[in-house]
Design a protein around this ligand. Structure first.
Ligand code: TYM
Length: 332
């Protein structure tokens, strides 16, 4: 049985980028074709300045939204990272396998460290060691595939390197995982700044569509998206980044091809209109289901409890094996 693992970090409300880049495939494909685990990675949310009550709230909200999006607890395992001790336990062994140079080369660290420095004057050590914990998330389960958006591919490749290195040094404990990316919308861009990623923790929210935005807010954000100079609708990432982003979002929502869609529009206004409608269509059932689930928090609790229990059972033996392999004396 192939194993799939992926996660989402509760540092902000889930965005259209999270959905089109990752969650949609988890729902439509991954949970149907493999033993899939999905995790709200709350420990990772502590790597930047955070408000404890907000992280707690966002963790529950993310889990609820994943269920609302269509993850089916009968078909997959959904849980919260901190509920399974094995993640932190294995993370330490990953820190003993990785080098500090490897960690410092990660794009996410290079982007986020200066931002944190500017904000709070210092950078948490866990921001640097972030990929060790992420490798532990993946490797603890013998994961074959990790469905992610573009921005996480480098981290998955590091997890791959660490698995190979560990196995070479201490024996074959870990499955070597690989990242899988969606064909379109592996990188949904900010609507106001189409050269940077739509990110849930950005301060400026006008260019970010959140899954729980009110419909009129979604429409407004898309209608006000920055487009490019000129009037032609072309699928061209360097010359027309704004238009290209809209074409990708539209294509992704409607299972179309951005190149083909480009030929169907003669104005930016019409493209925005069509994109807004497609996004609203996509979000409508998710919003409705989310509202239902919010009325039934004990259902969500139950799913997370069962998920954590199953995850623990899967991770424990492999992490124990890694502890023994690396030279730690097993408890008698
Ligand atoms: P996170 O929470 O930033 O994002 C969750 C998923 O959404 C994808 N994504 C995007 N895809 C396309 N366009 C965008 N604008 C966009 N923004 C986000 C991400 O690529 C990701 O797949 N480090 C991870 C969480 C994590 C994880 C793991 C993932 C922790 N451990 C183990 C996989 C396996 C993160 O911060 O994702």
């Amino acid at each position: 049985q192939r194993r799939i693992f992926s996660g989402v970090k509760p540092t902000g409300h889930l965005t259209l980028g999270n959905y089109l880049g990752a969650v949609r495939r988890w729902v439509q494909e991954d949970q149907h074709r493999a033993d899939a685990l999905f995790c709200v990675v709350d420990l990772h949310a502590l790597t930047v300045e955070h408000d404890p009550a907000r992280v707690r709230r966002l963790t529950r909200q993310a889990a609820t939204l994943l269920l609302a999006s269509g993850l089916d607890p009968e078909r997959c395992t959904l849980f919260v990272q901190s509920h399974v001790d094995e993640h932190a336990r294995l993370s330490y062994l990953m820190e003993c396998t990785a080098t500090d140079g490897e960690m410092r080369r990660m794009i996410q660290y290079k982007e986020k460290a200066p931002r944190e420095q500017a904000r709070g004057g210092s950078v948490r050590l866990s921001l640097l060691t972030y990929p060790a914990l992420m490798a532990a998330d993946i490797l603890a389960y013998g994961t074959h595939e990790v469905p992610v958006g573009d921005d996480q591919v480098q981290h998955v490749e590091l997890a791959r390197d660490l698995a190979q290195r560990f196995n070479q040094r201490y024996g074959p404990v870990f499955t070597v995982p690989r990242a899988t990316r969606p064909q379109v919308s592996a990188r949904v861009m900010d609507l106001q700044d189409p050269t940077s990623k739509m990110g849930k923790s950005h301060a400026e929210t006008a260019g970010i569509v959140y899954l729980l935005d009110e419909p009129d807010v979604v429409r407004k954000k898309i209608m006000r998206a920055v487009t490019d100079s000129g009037t032609e609708v072309r699928y061209d990432r360097t010359e027309q980044p704004g238009v290209t982003n809209l074409l990708e979002v539209l294509a992704s929502c409607t299972d179309g091809k951005p190149e083909t869609l480009a030929g169907e529009f003669t104005s930016y206004g019409a493209l925005k209109q069509a994109t807004a409608e497609a996004v609203l269509e996509l979000l409508r059932p998710i919003r409705a289901r989310h509202a239902e689930l919010c009325a039934d928090p004990s259902y969500v609790d139950g799913v997370l409890r069962a998920g954590a229990e199953r995850a623990r059972g899967l991770a424990r033996p492999r992490v124990d094996e890694a502890y023994a392999a690396i030279g730690l004396l097993p408890p008698a």
